[in-house]
Design a protein around this ligand. Structure first.
Ligand SMILES: Cc1cc2nc3c(=O)[nH]c(=O)nc-3n(C[C@H](O)[C@H](O)[C@H](O)COP(=O)(O)OP(=O)(O)OC[C@H]3O[C@@H](n4cnc5c(N)ncnc54)[C@H](O)[C@@H]3O)c2cc1C
Ligand SMILES: NC(=O)c1ccc[n+]([C@@H]2O[C@H](COP(=O)([O-])OP(=O)(O)OC[C@H]3O[C@@H](n4cnc5c(N)ncnc54)[C@H](OP(=O)(O)O)[C@@H]3O)[C@@H](O)[C@H]2O)c1
Length: 455
C-alpha cells in the first residue's frame, strides 16, 4: 500500500479472528511477542485494506472465482499440517503432535477436543529440539498459577492443573551443536522456579567451549551451567537427550496407551565435524527406551497445496512443502530454468511466509521476507509486466476485488467477518478476560466468536 499509491488489498482469513500463529502458535507466556499485532492494526486502519475473515479460500471461495477480480494474489497461508515421523506407534493414544497441543492450549477451535490426558503418568517425551519443542516443555513444567495470568485457554489451564507430568525429556537426533532451539528459550526453561535440569553430558562439547562460534557458545554455556534448582521429591525436571532417532512407540498391553518410546542410538558420521551446525549422523545397532505416558512429536510444521492452486498454473513442491518461487516471492513454474530470476513467473501470483520458505523463521524474519515479496509486486507493477488478467478483451480484470465476490460467499451461507467485527470479538474477549484477571479469554469455538456479532 505504501509503494503503489492506489492499490487496494483484501486479506482473506479462514478463521473469524486474525493473526495466525501469533494468536494460535506463540506461547501464552510470551505476550511481548504479540506486540507485532500493533503493526497489523496500523495496516488494517487503512481504507485501502479489507479484512475478510471467516472465509476459507479453496472452500468458501474458489481461486478460479477470485482470479477475475484481482490483478495479483499473494499466498501466505502458512503451514497447517505437521511433519510425521513415519514410525510404528506414532498414532497411539497418548501421542500428540506439538501443533495440536500448541493449538489446544492457545484456544484454536480445531483442537479443543484434543484431551491430552496429562494425568496418565509422570513422564513426557518430546521428539525434536526446536523452539516449539521447548514451548511444549515449558507449558508442561510451568506452574498453573503463572499460566493463569496469561491468555492460555481455561480448558488447558484446568487440564494442566491436574497434570501428573513431572519429567520432560526433549530428544534430538543429532548433538547439542545441531539443536534448533535458541538461547533465550533454553535459558527460560532454566529459570522456571523449582524445575530442575538433568546435567548435560559435557563430553558432547569441545574442551574449550569459549572457542565455539558465538551462537553455539552461548547455548553451550547456558546448558553446561544448568540451573540452581535441585531435584527434590515430587518436583519437576527436564532433560535433553542427544543422538537418538525415533524408532517406535509402544503401548501398554492393558490400557493400549503409550508406554514407551524406542530410539536408535546414533553417532556422528566419520567424515563430519561434530561441532558444526550441519553435522551428519549415522545409526548404530543400539537402542534406548524411554518410558512415557505422553509424547509430543515436534519435528516441524508442513504446508500443503491449497485447493485450486494447480488450476491457476501454480505448482506445489510437496517435498519441500512450499510453492516454488524465485527468492523474492514470485511464484514460478517447475520448468523455469536458470537465467533471469523472473523467468517462468506465473503472472500476478506471489507468495510470502512459511508457504514461501518452509516452516522455519521467527516473526521478524517472516516480516522481512514478506516486505521483500511486497517490494517485488510493486516493482513488477511499476515496470508494467503482465499480471493476472489483461487490461482489455475477454480476460479483462473486473477490478472489483472482494466487492465482486461478496454475494457469492453470502449465497453459500457464510458470514464474512470485517475488521470492525473482529474488533467487537476482541472487545468481548478482553471483557471476559478481565473478569478472570487476565488480558483476554479467547473464544475457543467459532460459534461463540460469531455470536458476539449476530447474537
Ligand atoms: C508454536 C509456535 C510458536 C512460535 N513462537 C514464536 C515466537 O515466540 N516468536 C517468534 O518470533 N516467532 C514464533 N513463531 C514463528 C511465527 O509464528 C511464524 O514465523 C509466523 O507466524 C509465520 O507466518 P505465516 O504468515 O507464514 O503463517 P501463519 O502465522 O500460520 O498465518 C497463516 C494464516 O493463513 C490462514 N489460512 C490458512 N489457510 C487458509 C485458507 N485456505 N483460507 C484463508 N486463510 C487461510 C491461517 O488461518 C493463518 O491465520 C512460532 C511458531 C510456532 C509454530
Ligand atoms: N520463541 C521463539 O522465538 C519461537 C518459538 C517457537 C517457534 N519458533 C520458530 O518457529 C520455527 C519452527 O519451529 P519448530 O520447532 O517447529 O521447527 P525447527 O526449528 O525446524 O525444529 C525441528 C526439530 O525437529 C527435528 N527433526 C526433524 N525431523 C526429525 C525426525 N524425523 N526425527 C527426529 N527429529 C527430527 C530437527 O532436527 P534436525 O535439525 O536434525 O533436522 C529439529 O531439532 C522455527 O524457526 C522456530 O525458531 C520460535
Amino acid at each position: 500500500m505504501k509503494k503503489v499509491e492506489d492499490v487496494v488489498v483484501d486479506m482473506y482469513e479462514q478463521l473469524p479472528v486474525p493473526y495466525g500463529l501469533v494468536r494460535f502458535g506463540v506461547a501464552p507466556d510470551h505476550p511481548e511477542v504479540k506486540n507485532c499485532e500493533a503493526t497489523f492494526e496500523e495496516v488494517a486502519a487503512s481504507p485501502r485494506f479489507n479484512y475478510v475473515g471467516n472465509v476459507r479460500v479453496g472452500r468458501d471461495l474458489e481461486l478460479s472465482e477470485m482470479k477475475a477480480h484481482y490483478d495479483a494474489i499473494l499466498f501466505s497461508y502458512g503451514a497447517s499440517e505437521d511433519r510425521r515421523l513415519g514410525i510404528p506407534g506414532e498414532d497411539l493414544p497418548g501421542v500428540f503432535s506439538a501443533r495440536e497441543f500448541v493449538g489446544w492450549y492457545n484456544g484454536l477451535p480445531e483442537f479443543q477436543s484434543l484431551n491430552p490426558e496429562l494425568q496418565a503418568g509422570d513422564q513426557a517425551v518430546v521428539v525434536g529440539q526446536g523452539n516449539v519443542a521447548l514451548d511444549v516443555a515449558r507449558i508442561l513444567l510451568t506452574s498453573v498459577d503463572t499460566l493463569r495470568k496469561t491468555d492460555i485457554s481455561s480448558q488447558a489451564l484446568e487440564t494442566l492443573s491436574q497434570s501428573r507430568v513431572r519429567s520432560v525429556k526433549i530428544v534430538g537426533r543429532r548433538g547439542p551443536m545441531q539443536a534448533a532451539f535458541t538461547v533465550k528459550e533454553a535459558r527460560e526453561l532454566m529459570h522456571i522456579p523449582d524445575v530442575a535440569f538433568e546435567p548435560i553430558d559435557q563430553s558432547m562439547y569441545p574442551a574449550e567451549i569459549k572457542k565455539l562460534p558465538r551462537v553455539q557458545k552461548r547455548i553451550a554455556e547456558v546448558l553446561v551451567k544448568g540451573t540452581a534448582n535441585v531435584p527434590e521429591e515430587g518436583s519437576k525436571s527436564w532433560a535433553l537427550a542427544f543422538l537418538k532417532s525415533p524408532k517406535s512407540m509402544k503401548a501398554d498391553s492393558v490400557t493400549g496407551r503409550l508406554a514407551s518410546l524406542t530410539f536408535t542410538n546414533q553417532v556422528f558420521a566419520p567424515d563430519t565435524d561434530a561441532y558444526s551446525k550441519s553435522a551428519s549422523v549415522v545409526p548404530t545397532e543400539e537402542t534406548t527406551v524411554y518410558p512415557a505416558s505422553v509424547a509430543f512429536r515436534s519435528v516441524g510444521y508442513k504446508s500443503t497445496a491449497l485447493p485450486g492452486l494447480s488450476g491457476l498454473g501454480v505448482p506445489f513442491d510437496n517435498k519441500l512443502g512450499i510453492i516454488p518461487n524465485d527468492p523474492f516471492g514470485r511464484i514460478i513454474t517447475a520448468s523455469s530454468g536458470p537465467g533471469d530470476l523472473a523467468a517462468g513467473h506465473v503472472p500476478g501470483l506471489y507468495c510470502a511466509g512459511w508457504v514461501k520458505r518452509g516452516p522455519t523463521g521467527v516473526i521478524a524474519s517472516t516480516m522481512q521476507d514478506a516486505f521483500t515479496s511486497a517490494d517485488v509486486i510493486a516493482e513488477d507493477w511499476n515496470s508494467g509486466v503482465p499480471f493476472l488478467n489483461s487490461e482489455q478483451g475477454e480476460n479483462r480484470s473486473t477490478g472489483l476485488g472482494w466487492e465482486g465476490l461478496k454475494a457469492k460467499v453470502l449465497g453459500r451461507g457464510v458470514r464474512p467477518v470485517s475488521w470492525a467485527d473482529w474488533k467487537a470479538i476482541d472487545q468481548a474477549e478482553r471483557a471476559k478476560g478481565q473478569e478472570g484477571g487476565k488480558e483476554r479469554e479467547k473464544f475457543t469455538r467459532i460459534e461463540d466468536m460469531m455470536s458476539v456479532l449476530d447474537g
